[in-house]
Design a protein around this ligand. Structure first.
Ligand code: SF4
Length: 440
């Protein structure tokens, strides 16, 4: 192998021992080729450090689940994460594996079906921030609050693209391995930034993961799904996601999902219903005159700007998802949309005064084991009516109060109140900002 692995490992050991502040390391792991190599190299370096010194720093391996990840990949990544955590305990490495997910109100389906956000494209890519950046930022911020500073290890490589090379260069601190991160008190370390793609594949072929097994499945996944990589996206300087087998199966940012097509062609036929849904989302996005409202959320109508999806479209999408889920659940045991998402979607439908079709009606026509959401439905409806009645002289405040209620509802559904106050304050700031702008 032309790559000097010992040199790479020694650099990591050096960085680990050099910094005596014990700032935790956060390793971004997506299950893709780059982060797999990164974690393997770090792991092997750690094993060379004296066990007592090794315990001086906590290492967090974080993996973000957008909740609309390609289910084939989710299976693979979850099995890998389990192996990593078990092996870390076995080898007494100070490694903790954590998974981050988007907040319920930011979930892909709640936004798309509940609020009618159109399927994303490269001009309106509302998803990356909500599904990927925010969950990891929250995690990193939490660790900064606990520890003062953190070092984030990423598998970014200059060889991947010229943009990436420019971004790495821009944030580099001269003469140091660490570069600044947009978040205060966070630094980025990219140990494999100079490794070429050929060297990376050679390494993964020749060196088995120290947590057990081989890289065969990973290599096969890449071979079967013919597209690029989707790394852990931690901010807008990391390369954009989409067009990848390690991305969301719902991704409409590219017109054709070659990775899903590749997997289906190579024997994963059960994914065909997912492909049909994704293609339908592309159709809805590209034909606004059929699938979207003329009126936008701010009540304005303009010739070339369309509003959210019509309720008929949202009903159609939900029906397709539940039908596909029923089939896939039976054969693969995979859930595409959660019960909590369904409840919040219903909440948004009532909030938008849509009473004709209920989420439970759609569900119960597809599933034999019916869901009963009547108590929640009744409560949401009463709340909505009451609010409109009490704000009839201040109609413009209804939206804000509904927003705040939706936030609170989300936390109740998640049985977790943490962060509610900050979320409410953010929402009020956004509202005041919008008010100021509209008065200018
Ligand atoms: S993979 Fe596609 S759908 Fe998922 S966050 Fe990225 S751009 Fe959005």
């Amino acid at each position: 192998m032309s790559l000097n692995i010992s040199h790479l490992e020694n650099e990591i050991i050096d960085q680990f021992l050099l910094d005596d502040s014990n700032r935790p390391w956060i390793i971004g792991f997506s299950g893709g080729k780059d982060s797999t190599m990164l974690l393997q190299v770090v792991w092997r370096a750690l094993l060379k450090i004296d066990p007592l010194l090794r315990q001086s720093r906590r290492i967090y391996v974080i993996c973000n689940d957008t909740l609309v990840e390609n289910p084939r990949i989710v299976k693979f990544i979850n099995a890998t994460l389990k192996k990593i955590q078990e092996a870390a305990i076995h080898y007494e490495l100070p490694i903790t594996v954590d998974q981050t997910t988007p907040q319920l109100e930011d979930s892909f389906w709640v936004k798309l079906i509940g609020l009618g956000y159109p399927a994303p494209n490269k001009f309106y890519r509302w998803c990356t921030e909500r599904l990927k950046i925010n969950p990891t930022t929250r995690y990193i911020t939490e660790k900064i609050t606990q520890n003062g500073e953190v070092i984030i290890l990423l598998g970014t490589r200059s060889a991947e693209s010229s943009n990436r090379a420019a971004s790495i260069k821009k944030h580099e601190i001269k003469g140091q391995r660490l570069r600044k991160h947009q978040l205060q008190n966070a630094f980025v370390y990219a140990p494999i930034k100079d490794v070429s793609t050929n060297e990376l594949w050679q390494y993964l072929n020749q060196v088995s993961p120290p947590w057990g097994g081989t890289n065969k499945e990973l290599i096969t996944l890449y071979r079967n799904a013919n597209a690029g990589d989707c790394p852990l996206v931690i901010d807008d300087t990391t390369p954009s996601c989409g067009n990848s087998r390690f991305g969301c199966w719902t991704c409409t940012v590219v017109n054709k999902d070659r990775s899903m097509e590749g997997l289906i062609d190579n024997g994963e036929e059960w994914m065909s219903p997912l492909m049909e849904i994704r293609n339908f989302l592309v159709t809805t996005r590209d034909n606004p005159e059929i699938y979207r409202q003329k009126e936008r959320r701010n009540k304005t109508i303009s010739d070339n700007l369309w509003g959210p999806y019509t309720f008929e479209t949202r009903v159609k999408i939900l029906t397709r998802i539940l039908k596909a889920q029923k089939t896939i659940q039976e054969t693969e045991g995979i859930e595409l949309i959660t019960h909590q998402e369904l409840v919040l979607i219903q909440y948004h439908w009532f909030r938008d005064c849509y009473f004709k079709t209920k989420v439970s009606d759609i569900y119960n026509t597809i599933y034999k084991n019916r869901i009963d959401m009547s108590k929640q439905e009744e409560k949401f409806k009463q709340e909505s009516d009451m609010l409109k009645q009490s704000c009839k002289n201040e109609v413009k405040d209804v939206e804000l109060i509904q927003d705040l209620l939706a936030l609170q509802k989300t936390k109740t559904l998640m049985i977790r109140k943490r962060g509610l106050q900050a979320d409410i304050e953010n929402r009020l700031d956004q509202y005041l900002e919008a008010e100021k702008k509209s008065k200018k």
